[in-house]
Design a protein around this ligand. Structure first.
Ligand code: PEP
Ligand code: MG
Length: 561
């Protein structure tokens, strides 16, 4: 039995066979020529054969898929047989270029041409690049890039996952996620929680597990065990029973003594919002609007945006929906807003700051939000990400007012915003703590880096002190200006109790975590939550704080959390 300790980021215990996420396909060297003795005819025939194999594989997958996924796979399969792509490559091969390099270059020209056509065609530009990578992988005899296709369930092992990978991740076949990189606030962690999949990140060594190896994954304890024994099998069976107990949230977050803490959902679009409403969320505490447009390389029109936002508002008539304006940059690049060549993207022009370099985009987004809000019955609040100064908060509030939006707010996720929370809240109506970024900036530790996972936890006493300072800063402004939490910290049931003890007024999380957080919160009084907050704040290390709090919450062990 071999153990791979990591950081548990989404609870659940399962056993399954490993499938490694294939490595991205590298670019064939520029100027690569046909190998000695290989004719242009043979190289072209080999390329056509590879393209047909890619087409057939995508086509077969599309036949098994449904809905949006089916349409995407069908469109991509057709690209593999695109005559312009293959003829362009054949011409280069005839001049002596290797077939891998030829298809690489030909796809680049087709993609650029589609991009320049704009509209629907521009959306297909990335499909050509996807097909190109698949054809090159086929020519090299490598596994196709992206999430492996499989008819049997498996444990996905990867270095890390990008937000765009979610689109092709099928929760019916993926049993759990394990990554060697990534931290507790990485997008792998966020994706896993939103899909309700057990997950462990920063598990060094898992990249060497062979495909098919059986592993036990414990997403609460943060361990991966190869060749599991009876104890692990029993734990996996027991989890299946507990999971059904945690499936339902009764619809009102409260402590044991009746202190109400609205439990809200983090969503990325209309589908998520409908699922969150179904799971009983009391509203939306974070609508990450950039998730609607991750695949776009041009700015969505006001009409397109209004339609996307309205889809979310309509899932929550009469309820609060906190929409966040585009938070592009760092791990969520949007080609029409962010500069991929920035040396230090997490400290770069991201979030609200893109208004400096792309003026007009934020204003048009606010116009779209106002239009959608006017057509819906949701109580729409709007906040800006990455606010660092009271001045920025004031400018954002006045832009909201101009657009006719009544409830402007800010994300507090930069330490300077914590330290000036009183001045910032003078300008806006509410704040929402983004503990993911707040942790990375407080600890100076990139949230995507596996080796820094131990630093990058919101259990760090320094981060909890910043939470406390924010709540105190807001209180200077007097009652009525709520401070919620919408970072991943809110989805950890033990930490959620601590946050309530620190005085936050709402908790927003992936809808799948609502039931677990509600179940734990209702076992403590507000006074007990304050005592637990004190324990965590005064701990010497993040681990000491977490252990001390967990020890006082026996319900966690009962529920396997
Ligand atoms: C955060 O930083 O905590 C947050 C909620 O925003 P995101 O994870 O989208 O950066
Ligand atoms: Mg953030």
């Amino acid at each position: 039995m071999q153990n791979f300790p990591g950081v548990g980021v989404s609870p659940g215990r399962v056993i399954g066979a490993v499938r490694q996420m294939p490595k991205p396909v590298s670019e064939p060297p520029a100027g690569e020529q046909l190998p000695e003795g290989v004719s242009a005819e043979d190289a072209t025939a080999e390329l056509k054969q590879a393209a047909t194999a890619v087409h057939d594989e995508l086509r077969a997958r599309s036949e098994r898929a449904t809905g949006d996924g089916k349409a995407v796979l069908e469109a991509t399969a057709l690209m593999a047989k695109d005559t312009m792509l293959l003829k362009g490559a054949a011409k280069l091969i005839a001049k002596g270029t290797s077939n891998q390099r030829a298809v690489w270059e030909s796809a680049a020209s087709v993609s650029e041409m589609l991009h320049n056509l704009g509209g629907y065609m521009a959306e297909r530009a990335t499909d050509v690049l996807d097909v190109r990578a698949r054809i090159v992988a086929e020519l090299r005899g490598q596994a196709a890039p992206g999430i492996p296709a499989s008819d049997t369930p498996f444990v996905l092992v990867a270095e890390d996952l990008a937000p765009a990978d979610t689109a092709t991740l099928d929760p019916e076949t993926v049993l759990a996620l394990v990554t060697s990189g990534g931290g507790p606030q990485s997008h792998t962690a966020i994706i896993a929680r939103s899909l309700g999949l057990p997950a462990v990140v920063a598990a060094t060594g898992v990249e060497d597990l062979p495909d098919g190896a059986e592993v036990f994954v414990d997403g609460a304890a943060g361990t991966v065990v190869a060749e599991p024994g009876d104890a692990e099998r029993d734990a996996a069976v027991a989890w299946r029973e507990t999971a059904s107990l945690l499936a339902a949230f009764e619809g009102q977050g409260t402590t044991a003594d009746g202190h109400l803490v609205p439990l809200l959902a983090n969503v990325g679009g209309a589908k998520d919002a409908a699922a969150a409403a179904e799971l009983g969320a009391e509203g939306v505490g974070l609508f990450r609007t950039e998730f609607c447009f991750l695949e776009r390389d041009s700015e969505p029109t006001v009409d397109e945006q209004a339609a996307a936002y309205q889809g979310v508002f309509d899932a929550f008539p009469g309820k609060k929906v906190v929409l966040r304006t585009l938070d592009a940059g760092a791990d969520k690049p949007l080609p029409f807003l962010t500069d991929a060549t920035e040396p230090n993207p997490a400290l770069g022009v991201r979030g609200y700051r893109t208004d400096l370099t792309s003026p007009g985009v934020l204003q048009r987004q606010l116009e779209a939000i106002a239009r959608a809000a006017g057509q819906s019955e949701a109580d729409v609040w709007v906040m800006a990400p990455m606010i660092s100064t009271a001045d920025e908060a004031a400018t954002f509030a006045s832009m909201c007012a101009e657009a006719g939006l009544q409830t402007p707010g800010v994300m507090v996720e930069v330490p300077s915003a914590v330290l000036t929370a009183d001045a910032i809240l003078r300008e806006v109506s509410f704040a929402s703590l983004g503990t993911n970024d707040l942790t990375q900036y407080a600890m100076a530790a990139d949230r995507q880096l596996g080796p820094l996972a131990a630093l990058n936890t919101p259990w760090q006493p320094a981060v909890l002190r910043l939470v406390k300072l924010s709540v105190e800063g807001a209180a200077v402004e007097g009652a009525g200006k709520p401070v919620g939490v919408c970072g991943e910290a809110a989805a950890d049931p033990a930490l959620a109790v601590v946050l309530v003890g620190l005085g936050v007024s709402t908790l927003s999380m992936t809808a799948r975590s609502l039931a677990a957080v509600a179940a734990v919160l209702k076992t403590v009084t507000l006074e007990q939550a304050r005592e637990l907050a004190e324990l965590a704040l005064s701990a010497r290390t993040a681990e000491d704080g977490r252990n001390a709090v967990r020890e006082k919450l026996p319900v966690l062990a009962e529920l396997g959390l």
